[in-house]
Design a protein around this ligand. Structure first.
Ligand code: SAH
Length: 386
């Protein structure tokens, strides 16, 4: 069997529970990219088995620990357990995540369910090689109408993998209709962002519905996830996105769901918040759900400045008693860093705010304890006190 030897520091890292070993902690390789490898410690002890990549900065993603033998078929029960867990959540939606990579002990594998279709992503060489088995198991377990590989994320290029979108089983139509709570969406699984929708925000949209009222501004709206869910609770809704395609989708979704109090604007939120402030506008509820500003560690300082800017301006636009639902999906920006940004924005904008809820991604996107990267979404619901 293929094998890699890791350093004492790598072994120490595994002891903290983290499933990844970085390139600098690999001392010897007898394997090709995509292999399942035996991971050997500096004192020649077998530490476990892992997916191996010969290109990535993360060459080793642990599958199992200990010295027992391992083969790929042992991943099938993990797939079944991941799917069963989502069944127990009784989610009020027909679209949700079935497999959340490392947190389901299926590293670098994402599987989302959209009604009777599955969309998957394999984000490492090892998982890419396992896709035929994963497709066969999914077909046996769930009999989906179709399985689509959305293997077009940029991270695949870091693995030396090509970016492709292809149907792996059955057939997948141009548009799929799904429901999340009371709202129906038409989704383009081939071209939509991520696997089509931002499924990780479902529970935050529900949480926001506990407070939303009056005039609502939904910034970075994409297909209108927050705007549509909250429209029935608010007097008026303005949804902003920089993408013309997204704005067209929000409008189509508004018609589909008979939402009549919603207007859209194709604009840059940074400019728009400044303009609204100058114009003396006020809102009772504001949602900020930007894309990940910090895609890597080096971009964290700029990202923090960006988060501070939009939060500071949003706080100024809030009426007393108003709510700010503010999110960061950059895993490099840890929750405490984001909380500190909100603190600074509150001080600099002279806006006293309280934390009403401190939230994360939905329960179908679980966080693996010991792997902080799996806790990527932070969502604070703040209330302007006066
Ligand atoms: N809130 C959405 C998801 C937002 S994803 C939901 O609940 O589904 C982030 C969105 O921000 C994308 O649609 C992207 O087009 C948009 N975006 C990125 N930069 C922007 C900017 N500077 N101004 C406005 N929209 C922006």
């Amino acid at each position: 069997m293929s094998s890699v030897v890791i350093t004492a520091r790598g072994e120490q890292r595994l002891r903290t529970g983290h499933p990844w070993i970085y390139r600098a902690d690999v001392s010897d390789v007898d394997a090709s990219g995509g292999d399942i490898v035996e991971v050997i410690g500096p004192r020649r002890r077998t530490l476990g088995h892992a997916l191996f990549s010969d290109r990535s900065q993360i060459p080793i993603r642990m599958l199992v620990r200990g010295d027992a033998p391992f083969d790929a078929s042992m991943l099938r029960p993990r797939l079944e357990r991941a799917i069963q867990f989502r069944d127990t959540l009784a989610l009020d939606a027909t679209a949700y995540r079935l497999v959340h990579g490392e947190a389901d002990l299926l590293p670098s594998l994402v599987i989302d369910k959209y009604d009777s279709y599955l969309v998957l992503q394999a984000l490492s060489q090892g998982m890419d090689r396992l896709l035929p088995s994963v497709t066969a198991w999914l077909t046996e377990i769930l009999s989906p109408a179709g399985i689509l590989a959305r293997n077009d994320p940029k991270v695949r290029t870091l693995e030396g993998l090509e970016q492709t979108v292809e149907v792996l089983a059955g057939s997948v139509p141009e548009a799929v209709l799904v429901r999340e709570g009371p709202i129906e969406y038409e989704v383009d699984l081939r071209k939509g962002q991520k696997t089509g929708l931002f499924l990780d925000q479902r529970e935050n949209r529900e949480a926001a519905a506990r407070y939303a009222h009056g005039r609502l501004l939904d910034c970075f709206s994409y297909h209108g996830g927050f705007a549509l869910r909250l429209a029935g609770l608010c007097s008026s809704v303005e949804a902003i996105d920089i993408s013309a395609d997204a704005v067209a989708r929000i409008e189509a979704n508004a018609v589909r769901n008979r939402v009549g109090n919603l207007t859209t604007r194709e604009a840059n939120v940074f400019d728009e918040l400044r303009r609204l402030e100058k114009a003396g506008e006020r809102y009772d509820t504001i949602v900020l759900d930007p894309p990940a500003f910090a895609k890597n560690k080096a971009s964290v300082p700029n990202a923090l400045a960006g988060y501070k800017e939009i939060n500071l301006r949003a706080m100024r636009l809030l009426t007393p008693g108003g709510y700010l639902v503010t999110c960061s999906c950059s895993y490099n920006v840890l929750e405490d860093m984001f909380a500190e940004v909100l603190h600074e924005a509150s001080v600099d904008s002279h806006t006293p705010v309280t934390i009403v809820e401190r939230r994360s991604q939905g329960r179908d996107h679980p966080v693996l304890v010991g792997a902080p990267e799996t806790h990527y979404l932070k969502c604070f619901i703040l209330r302007r006190v006066e």
